[in-house]
Design a protein around this ligand. Structure first.
Ligand code: 5GP
Length: 178
């Protein structure tokens, strides 16, 4: 059933069950790939908070997690402005980094953030994103662990918001035009 958030209508798009399957699949891959390692997960706030929380519960290797805040995304259009990160309180030098992101759209946010991280000389950087709007990507970045490729339509739920609302929806919903 469609739901109304502020002035817009959204239709159910990816169910809680499918999201959970994707989270478990990604976690198994990371558990296998980083078996002998001690990665540091960096989750990007605000949007990735639910994805990061569910994924991290499925991680069974020694690891750490920290959270950073980057630029905000206003309305249903990417602002294109990426500010520097706030909250990086852990040294990443010689660490194996796994970035947790809710959605890669143009790719600008992660491209800028990765450049910033590289200056601190981590030993590796892997990218894990729940969603990828492949058609909208102008700054291609390799996504090592991906939940779903989606069309270039605005989505909410499972941590993703529309002007601050809708983050608590269990399913991901897609904007209905018109
Ligand atoms: P990029 O820099 O890749 O264009 O934008 C990435 C950020 O834009 C994401 O972390 C997310 O915060 C926001 N974003 C991109 N597409 C959507 C969308 O469909 N819905 C919501 N809620 N946020 C989005």
């Amino acid at each position: 059933m469609d739901i109304q958030i502020l002035d817009k209508k959204f239709a159910p798009y990816i169910t809680e069950e499918k999201i959970n399957d994707a989270v478990c699949r990604i976690a198994s891959l990371i558990n296998a790939d980083f078996k002998e390692k001690t990665p540091l997960f960096i989750a990007i706030l605000n949007g990735a908070f639910i994805f990061a929380s569910d994924l991290y519960k499925e991680i069974n290797i020694p690891s750490e997690i920290t959270f950073v805040k980057l630029s905000s995304y206003r309305g249903t259009q990417s602002s294109g402005n990426v500010t520097t990160s706030i909250g990086m309180d852990v040294s990443i030098k010689d660490r194996e980094i796994i970035i947790l992101e809710d959605i890669v759209d143009t790719g600008k946010t992660l491209t800028t953030f990765i450049e910033e991280l590289k200056k601190e000389e981590p030993s590796s950087i892997r990218i894990c994103a729940l969603l990828h709007k492949q058609e909208a990507t102008t700054h291609p970045i390799p996504i090592d662990y991906l939940g779903f490729t989606i069309p270039n339509l605005f989505v909410v739920g499972y941590g993703l918001d529309y002007n601050g609302f809708g983050r608590n929806l269990k399913d991901i919903h897609q904007l209905q035009e018109g």
